[in-house]
Ligand binder design. Structure first.
Ligand SMILES: [Zn+2]
Length: 116
């Protein structure tokens, strides 16, 4: 049983961990596609490929070579998708980083020549 796989020009099969970016191409007619941008783990070249939406959802990248073990997979599954709340928390935690706020103060500080 052969299934469509994403492959680099060098023949290396692309796994989940090699994927850098994905995007969806929705079309009014015909199959929709998923755009996949990857860096080959063997030749380190960037590549891109369009795969059919249905093949993508079929788990084109899921196979035994995925590095996460079953314990990790279970943990990821219980974590669920990233929620907006978590994104907001992340955003604020970035803003509150000491070095960033120091950097921002540096930018917002009026120039000494303009001080009166
Ligand atoms: Zn390659």
């Amino acid at each position: 049983m052969s299934r469509t796989a994403i492959k680099c020009n060098c023949g290396q099969r692309i796994n989940q961990k090699d994927v850098m970016q994905t995007g969806h191409y929705m079309r009014m007619f015909g199959p929709s596609f998923v755009y996949v941008k990857f860096r080959c783990s063997r030749c380190k070249k960037l590549g891109e490929q369009l795969v059919k939406q249905e093949e993508w959802e079929d788990g084109i990248l899921k196979d035994s070579s995925v590095e996460a073990n079953s314990t990790e997979k279970e943990r990821f599954e219980t974590m669920g998708p990233i929620e907006m709340r978590e994104l907001v928390d992340f955003h604020y935690s970035l803003e509150n980083l000491d070095d960033l706020s120091a950097l921002r103060a540096e930018f917002e500080k009026p120039k000494s020549s303009e001080e009166k």
